[in-house]
Design a protein around this ligand. Structure first.
Ligand code: NAD
Length: 271
């Protein structure tokens, strides 16, 4: 439940101020995608020191194709099943009503877009897209195609050559000759410059930044709240646990994003 002090702030300020959101894995938890670091998360089963790095994934293909295949299947099975939850939907309504100006997300699950939200800045890419490693040409990876790929990966997971053949089909060569890969930012990789520039631009003149379901341990995304605060924005955290930056937040709302955001909608008279 939203505490009284935060309720008053939302009621008195949201309709007249410029609100931007920074979202993380927590907003998608109720859509069936457990946060990677948490209980039941992917990093419990797969070592992020291997599975979150490009070099790790490439070496798995050579030395442990079954491990890579299982990871691809687990990762995409979660993503293709997930649908926007009331938290994503509430943000889309807040955007439509002119309250939320944009959402900067660290998520790669496409759920903000699926909720109807239009102004989404993807800091870490999108798992439903592939990108040419040379010229950055992108292709949307449709849900049905991913489903088809995971089925084939399951069947061919014990043979490196067969797995490679399946992956080559779904991550084809570009017309420039280079290969496409999943369009997400892996550990140690740079964030897309355009997305980062757009995020800073949004924060340059935002007066309220909502931090929703993010632990704020992943940089440079975690530096964005500090950037906004230095420019005078109020920070409001919606999280079921404290984050790394809870201490500097002006308002802390403890709870699930899928409950708090619809409550905020009602408070503002849009539900
Ligand atoms: P994180 O796993 O580090 O932290 C998740 C945060 O969400 C935690 O602070 C947790 O307390 C909070 N949380 C959990 N359930 C919640 C709920 N129901 N309501 C509100 N808060 C809740 O996630 P992060 O900060 O986004 O950083 C992790 C990185 O992993 C990101 O870069 C992201 O790209 C990636 N990731 C993406 C997804 C996705 O796309 N859905 C899922 C997992 C991880």
């Amino acid at each position: 439940m939203i505490p009284k002090e935060s309720k008053d702030f939302i009621k008195n300020n949201f309709k007249k101020e410029s609100v931007v959101c920074l979202t993380g894995a927590g907003i998608s938890a109720e859509s069936g995608i457990p946060v990677f670091r948490g209980k039941g998360g992917l990093w419990e089963k797969y070592d992020p020191q291997i599975y979150a790095y490009p070099e790790g994934l490439i070496s798995l293909l050579r030395t442990q194709p079954q491990g890579l295949a299982n990871f691809i299947v687990d990762f995409y099975t979660l993503l293709i099943k997930a649908r926007p939850n009331p938290g994503h939907l509430a943000l889309a309504v807040l955007e439509k009503e002119g309250i939320v100006r944009s959402v900067i997300t660290q998520n790669v699950d496409n759920l903000h877009q699926a909720s109807g939200l239009r102004s989404v800045i993807e800091l870490h890419g999108n798992a439903f897209r592939i990108k040419c490693m040379e010229c950055s040409h992108t292709i949307v990876l449709e849900r049905d195609r991913i489903k088809e790929m995971t089925e084939l990966v399951k069947i061919n997971k014990d043979s490196r050559i067969k797995l490679l053949k399946v992956l080559s089909r779904y991550f084809p060569r570009c017309s420039c000759g280079a290969r496409h890969r999943i369009d997400i930012v892996l550990f140690g990789e740079m964030l897309p410059e355009e997305a980062l520039t757009s995020a800073y631009k949004q924060l340059d003149n935002c007066s309220i930044l909502l931090l929703i379901g993010t632990s704020l341990v992943v940089y440079p995304a975690a530096s964005l709240p500090l950037y906004a605060k230095e420019r005078g924005a109020k920070l409001i955290e919606i999280n079921n646990e404290p984050s790394m930056l809870s201490e500097i937040c002006d308002y802390k709302i403890t709870g699930k994003a899928s409950e708090i955001l619809p409550e905020a909608l009602t408070l503002l008279g849009y539900a």
